[in-house]
Design a protein around this ligand. Structure first.
Ligand code: SF4
Length: 736
């Protein structure tokens, strides 16, 4: 059986997008024992230090265990008091209903999270887009993956990651762009390192302004100027054309738009000019271009360093252009590969978790698809236009246009760019509702209603990782206090608002509706077929859902009968289905998701980051993660072992810059931008170029005073994706 015994439960790590399998069991002494699941295809038994420490993070310290209301509404200044669920849910439902009645559906919003399970996400989207009638539901995935989504949609016609992790083992060259995988996707990095050990000819290229731990296995590190990725990949496209390395047959048969992309790329000039624009040694750049041209099996993996940019979508497309031009997509060991930041950013996207998407990869700006979804849901009023993306949403709240916001499983007062603006916005908002597992977050401190949610190990549902693998998170701990699953809380509010369609009693019923929608929309006449298809999972019994083994989509309808089987039979069926339809590597037939089946080149022109250094703010702040912490530390912060690695906020900088700014390693300094300031200890990690500084994102006012790096980050966003530019904020340093 998939659940090995009463004492051991197979589940999925709740942190990064690798999505490692976890075996959780209760030790004799009552502590939670955590081990890697050798049968999980994403990780094959491996866990990184964060996953291994999960047992230390499930304690009740700091948990929100009962609904709470703040009596002095309006300014967040009143005291919190415990409330019953009925009282709290009535308050949320009545508040939303009143504001919708007085100001229309766009005056309310949900701001959700890649930490939610797919079932939670599905219900939240149905609630807002089909019943409230507004697409004002955005997610913190906007902050990490929306540029990849936009890039995929522009190139492929659908938000699809074509490859699978096995491609990293089959490749002859892996290019990691804007990715410190050694710290942020550790088990995948270890898999790459093992592949290189086994096949030393496998070349690893790291493209990153910083020399990170990932460079330890790199054959080549290109320390490009922050933000210069489009120039670099446009230069590569032009080089490939000059060297006659394009796959003319693939381009002619399966793509459109190469001439425009080449014309745009050619504006970047010759290799020397590109090297100058990227501030890279021309010899190193030539080496990379030559290797790329000469190697068929190339995987180009990219993540936050690419996405979190005011030209993030163009960066993604500049990378994809090079793979389309060489036909290196849809085949073993090659392809562009978006590494997801969060555990369920992909699952959220599948159910329309962004303000500009609909469920099952349908398009919000397509009236036929809106109508189709409305019919499927029997929904009273569908959203008719895209909603507000995260940064715009918090600006609309501050402007008084959005008067109620329900925040789920995220802490925007720490994680948003220009986080003080988010604080001002919530202080002005008529009704702020927060569903969370933690009590003492910065966001909860200004919320009017707190709703206790279940956390990892308590809740039940599915997540989808970076390689499209749907995997179960299983509940094996009893619900603490009065906490409830997020989907349950949303359904409770929806029913109070008089909405039908929210009578779910368990997560498998929600998953079934999600799977049926996927199958239905692909079978509807006139609907364009989408690669996102989990029709094969429709109709699963509760037992089959409970036993569901990790599975990549698409899962086509023909697989339904065999997937109803249990345990080993199901495992065998899964493997057979994947071999049969080659679903592990999409686009193998050269067919993409546009109506004509052709992929699109996107003409990308290199442009500078939105805010450039100047005399007042001459340094560039880059932000990111450290190895042993996750997001705003509500869980990883509980483990003393994890705190040992990096115990406090730091600002990493070049020693000569420190001299210039009068700050010293080991001492505190204030980092100041045009948006705010933050205090951290100066360090010289050795990997950073002059003119740049790096700070981790994790600390909050709750964990270290004056340490919210989000307060410093500029709120510039990509005009296509709406993703903020976390990697490039002009700052200066002051001794503290
Ligand atoms: Fe795996 Fe990521 Fe969890 Fe580490 S944090 S165990 S790499 S899913």
């Amino acid at each position: 059986s998939f659940i090995q015994s009463a004492a051991t439960v197979r589940t999925t790590c709740p942190y990064c997008g690798v999505g490692c399998g976890v075996n959780a069991s209760m030790g004799k002494d009552g502590t939670l024992a955590i081990a890697g699941d050798a049968d999980h295809p994403a990780s094959r038994g491996r866990l990184c230090v964060k996953g291994s420490a999960l047992g230390e993070t499930v304690g009740m310290q700091g948990r929100l265990l009962a609904p709470m209301l703040r009596d002095a509404d309006g300014d967040g200044g009143g005291a919190l008091r415990e409330a019953t669920w009925d009282e709290a849910l009535d308050k949320v439902a009545a508040g939303f209903q009143r504001i919708i009645a007085e100001h229309g559906p766009d005056a309310v919003a949900l701001y959700v999270s890649g930490q939610l399970l797919t079932e939670d996400y599905y219900v939240a989207n149905k609630f807002m887009k089909g019943y409230v009638g507004s697409a004002n539901i955005d997610t913190n995935s906007r902050l990490c993956m929306s540029s990849a989504v936009a890039g995929h949609k522009r190139a492929f016609g659908e938000d699809v990651v074509p490859g699978c992790y096995e491609d990293f083992e089959l490749a002859d060259m892996i290019v990691l762009v804007g990715s410190n995988a050694a710290w942020c996707h550790p088990t995948l990095y270890q898999r790459i390192a093992r592949a290189k050990e086994a096949r030393p000819h496998l070349k690893i290229v790291v493209i990153d302004p910083r020399r990170t731990a990932t460079c330890d296995i790199a054959d080549l590190h290109l320390p490009l100027k922050p933000g210069a990725d489009v120039a670099l990949f446009n230069g590569l496209l032009a080089y490939l054309a000059q060297q006659n390395r394009l796959d003319a047959a693939f381009v002619a048969g399966h793509t459109t738009g190469l001439d425009d992309a080449l014309a745009a790329a050619g504006q970047g000039g010759n290799l020397l000019e590109v090297a100058r624009a990227c501030r890279i040694d021309p010899q190193l750049l030539r080496q990379f271009y030559e290797w790329f041209a000469a190697t068929d099996k190339v995987v180009t993996a990219f993540t936050m360093g690419v996405n979190q940019s005011s030209s993030g979508a163009d960066k993604v497309n500049a990378i994809i252009n090079c793979h389309l031009a060489t036909g290196r997509i849809g085949k073993p060991g090659m392809g562009p590969f978006s590494l997801t930041g969060q555990p369920n950013a992909m699952g959220g996207r599948e159910v329309g978790g962004l303000a500009n998407m609909l469920a099952a990869h349908m398009d919000l700006d397509n009236p036929d698809q809106r109508a189709a979804l409305q019919g499927f849901w029997q929904a009273p009023r569908m959203a008719e236009r895209p909603g507000l993306k995260a940064v715009d949403l918090f600006q609309a709240i501050e402007a008084g246009k959005v008067k109620a916001v329900w925040i789920m499983a995220t802490n925007p007062l720490v994680s948003m760019p220009d986080a003080d603006q988010a604080r001002r916005a919530l202080a002005k908002c008529e009704l702020v509702v927060a569903s969370d597992i933690a009590l003492g977050t910065d966001t909860n401190a200004v919320s009017h209603v707190l709703l206790p949610a279940l956390g990892w190990g308590e809740k039940d549902g599915t997540v989808t990782n970076s390689e499209r693998c749907i995997s179960r998170q299983r509940g094996f701990l009893s619900a603490p206090g009065a906490a409830r699953p997020d989907w349950h809380i949303i359904c409770d509010v929806a029913r109070r608002m008089g909405y039908a369609g929210f009578d779910f009693t368990a997560p498998h019923e929600i998953f079934d509706e999600h799977a049926r929608l996927s199958a239905w929309q692909n079978g509807t006449p006139g609907q364009r077929r989408r690669l996102f298809d989990i029709g094969g999972l429709a109709g699963m019994t509760r037992a089959a859902y409970d036993a569901l083994a990790p599975l990549q989509w698409p899962v086509l309808a023909g697989a339904a009968a065999s997937l109803a089987a249990q345990g080993e039979e199901q495992e065998a069926a899964r493997e057979a289905a994947q071999e049969a339809d080659a679903s592990t590597r999409l686009f193998g037939d050269g067919m993409f998701s546009f109506p004509d089946g052709r992929a699109r080149f996107v003409a990308t022109v290199a442009r500078a980051p939105a805010n450039l250094p100047d005399g007042d703010y001459p340094l560039v702040l880059n932000t990111g993660r450290v190895r042993d912490q996750w997001h705003t530390m509500t869980r990883t912060g509980k483990s003393p072992r994890l705190a040992e690695h990096v115990p406090e906020p730091f600002v990493d900088m070049h020693p000569q810059d420190a001299l210039l700014w009068g700050v010293k390693a080991g001492e505190l300094a204030r980092v100041v931008s045009g948006w705010g300031s933050v205090v951290a200890r100066v360090q010289h990690g050795g990997g950073i170029a002059r003119g740049s500084v790096f700070m981790p994102i994790h600390w909050s006012a709750q964990t270290a005073s004056d340490a919210r790096v989000g307060a410093v980050v500029n709120p510039a966003v990509d005009p296509v994706s709406g993703e903020p530019e976390f990697k490039h904020t002009p700052v200066r340093l002051e001794p503290f």
